[in-house]
Design a binder for this molecule. Structure first.
Ligand SMILES: Cc1cc2nc3c(=O)[nH]c(=O)nc-3n(C[C@H](O)[C@H](O)[C@H](O)COP(=O)(O)OP(=O)(O)OC[C@H]3O[C@@H](n4cnc5c(N)ncnc54)[C@H](O)[C@@H]3O)c2cc1C
Length: 457
C-alpha cells in the first residue's frame, strides 16, 4: 500500500485475514480496450482468466466516458491494428443499423461507437471465450514481495477480497497495480502538465441533413460558428474544434470542450472533472441549440460517467519508446504491435496549442514487448495507455485501436507463460509469442512477419 501525501495524519489498519475470491492463471485489471484484448487473448489461449472492472460494463473510455469514435486502425493504406481489435470493430458494425453498415463498410478510421451496442457485444465475447467477469469491483491494492505480486486486493459490495494469479495484466490505464506494487513512473510534461480531460456526450433529436446542408450551402462549418461565438464571448471553450460522430440521422456523439488541470489518478480531481465537465456540456448544448442549424431540438441523451482522461502515469519499463522511435518508424526484435496514429497532445492550458505530428502514409513504428514490463516487477504486464513511452509518444500510442493490440499481446504472453509454468513476464518465448499473435490475425509489421515465415518451424 502506498499512501498519497496526506495532511491529516494516518490511521493504522488492524491486521486482518482477507478471503481469497479466486485463484486464476491470469487476472486482468480494467475492462477498457487493453483489458478486453488481454482477457480475450488469454482465455482463447487456454488460461483461466478473471477480468475485474470498476464499472458495470466493459469498453473503458468508449463507454465510461462516451468517447464517440475509434481512432484510425490504418496507416492510411492498410489496417495496422488487426486481431482482436479489428474483430470487435467489425462485429460492432454488423450490429448497427443498415445505413451505418453501408456508410462504414470497408472503412476502418474514425468509426463512430455506439456504446450500448459495444457493451453488450463485449459481454457476449467474454462469455464465449470463458472469461470470468467481475463488475463493480475496484482493484485497490496488492500484496507484493521482492518484485512479485502475490495477490490483488479487491473492494466491492461483498467487502474486501483477494485474487491470486500467476500473472496480472494491468490495464487500468493509470497502471494502478504497478503503482501499488512500487513501480517507477513518469507523469505529464516537464512542469507536470497533463493533457486536459473532456466530458464527451450524446445528443438525440438532431437533424443531420439540415446540419450538413447548411454547412455546404454557406461554406461555413461548425468551426466557423465556434470561432464567431468564442470571439463574441458566447461560447467558453478553448479549442475551435468539435468531434462529431453520427450514429444515425438524429443521434451523434460529441468530443467537444476541455476540462483543464485534472489528474485522473487523483480522486478529488476526478470529482471536480465530473462536476465541471457536466456544467461545460450544459453550456455547450445550450449554445449548439441556439446557434447551429439542425441542432435546435437537440436533447442531451448522456454524458460520460467519468470525465474522459487522456493522460496520467506512464510506467518506466524495460524499454521507453521515444519520439525518435516514432519519427524513425523503428522496429524492435520484440515488436508485438505497430502504431501509425499521429502524436496528438491536447493543450494543457486553455491558452496553449495542440501538438500534432503525423507519420507519412504507409508508415508505422513497432511497440516492443519490453515497453509493457514495469522495471523491478516480475509478474505484471502493463497494457494500454500507461505503457512505457516518453510523453510525446504517449500522445500517439494512447488511442483505442493500439490499446486493443497491446492488450492482445499482453494476454497472449500471460497465457503462454502460465501454461509453461513460468510466472516471470521476461521469460516469455518471444518467437512463440510473435508466432501466436500472427496466427491470431494480429499484425506486427511486414519485416517481422516475413522473418517469422522464413523460419517457420
Ligand atoms: C476525451 C477523450 C477523447 C479521446 N478520443 C479518442 C478517439 O477519438 N479515438 C480513440 O481511439 N481514442 C480516443 N481517446 C483515447 C482512448 O479512449 C484511451 O486512451 C483508451 O481508451 C485507453 O485504453 P485503456 O484500455 O488503456 O484504458 P481505458 O479505456 O481508460 O480503460 C481502463 C478501464 O479500467 C478500469 N479501471 C481503472 N482503474 C481500475 C481499478 N483500479 N480497478 C478496476 N477497474 C479499473 C476503468 O473503469 C476502465 O474501464 C480519447 C480519450 C479521451 C479521454
Amino acid at each position: 500500500m502506498r499512501n498519497q501525501a496526506e495532511s491529516k495524519g494516518s490511521i493504522k489498519q488492524p491486521q486482518r485475514d482477507i478471503p481469497v475470491y479466486a485463484e486464476v492463471d491470469v487476472m486482468v485489471a480494467g475492462g477498457g480496450p487493453a483489458g478486453i484484448g488481454a482477457a480475450l487473448a488469454a482465455a482463447r489461449n487456454g488460461a483461466s482468466v478473471l477480468l475485474v472492472e470498476q464499472h458495470g460494463y466493459l469498453g473503458g473510455m468508449a463507454t465510461v466516458s462516451q468517447v464517440p469514435a475509434f481512432c484510425p486502425y490504418t496507416d492510411q493504406e492498410k489496417p495496422v491494428i488487426r486481431g482482436i481489435g479489428f474483430e470487435i470493430l467489425e462485429d460492432m458494425k454488423r450490429r448497427m443499423e443498415e445505413e451505418f453498415q453501408q456508410t462504414w463498410k470497408d472503412r476502418y478510421d474514425w468509426v463512430p461507437i455506439d456504446s450500448e451496442v459495444l457493451k453488450r457485444l463485449l459481454d457476449e465475447k467474454m462469455a464465449d471465450a470463458g472469461v470470468r467477469v467481475l463488475y463493480h469491483t475496484f482493484v485497490g491494492d496488492v500484496v507484493h514481495e521482492a518484485g512479485t505480486v502475490q495477490a490483488a486486493i479487491l473492494h466491492n459490495k461483498s467487502g474486501t477480497q483477494a485474487v491470486k494469479a500467476k500473472l496480472y495484466v494491468d490495464a487500468t490505464s493509470d497502471a494502478d497495480i504497478t503503482w501499488h506494487a512500487g513501480g517507477q513512473f513518469a507523469k505529464g510534461g516537464e512542469e507536470g502538465e497533463l493533457q486536459p480531460g473532456t466530458m464527451c456526450f450524446v445528443l438525440h433529436n438532431l437533424d443531420r441533413s439540415r446540419f450538413l446542408a447548411q454547412a455546404e450551402t454557406s461554406g461555413r462549418d461548425l468551426k466557423h460558428a465556434i470561432h464567431k461565438a468564442k470571439a463574441a464571448g458566447e461560447l467558453k471553450v478553448a479549442r475551435e474544434w468539435a468531434g462529431i460522430s453520427w450514429l444515425n440521422a438524429h443521434t451523434a456523439g460529441f468530443n467537444f470542450g476541455h476540462v483543464f488541470g485534472i489528474d485522473g489518478s487523483d480522486a478529488d480531481d476526478l470529482s471536480r472533472g465530473a462536476i465541471e465537465g457536466r456544467a461545460l456540456v450544459h453550456h455547450i448544448v445550450q449554445w449548439l441549440k441556439g446557434a447551429v442549424p439542425g441542432f435546435e431540438q437537440a436533447c442531451l441523451g448522456q454524458t460520460g460517467e467519468q470525465v474522459g482522461i487522456r493522460e496520467t502515469r506512464r510506467i518506466v519499463g524495460d524499454y521507453v519508446v521515444t519520439a525518435d522511435d516514432f519519427l524513425d518508424c523503428r522496429s524492435f526484435p520484440d515488436d508485438i504491435a505497430r502504431n501509425a496514429y499521429f502524436i496528438d497532445i491536447h493543450m494543457a492550458k486553455p491558452t496553449s496549442g495542440m501538438t500534432m505530428v503525423h507519420l507519412p502514409a504507409g508508415q508505422s513504428h513497432g511497440i516492443p514487448y519490453r515497453a509493457m514490463l514495469p522495471v523491478g516487477i516480475d509478474n505484471v504486464i502493463v497494457a494500454g495507455r500507461a505503457i512505457s513511452t516518453d510523453r510525446a509518444t504517449q500522445g500517439s500510442t494512447r488511442v483505442m485501436p493500439n490499446c486493443f493490440a497491446m492488450g492482445e499481446a499482453a494476454g497472449t504472453a500471460a497465457a503462454l507463460l502460465a501454461q509453461s509454468g513460468r510466472t516471470a513476464s521476461r521469460r516469455v518465448d518471444m518467437e512463440a509469442l510473435q508466432r501466436q499473435l500472427m496466427r491470431q490475425g494480429a499484425w506486427i509489421g511486414e519485416e517481422a512477419q516475413a522473418r517469422l515465415k522464413q523460419t517457420a518451424p
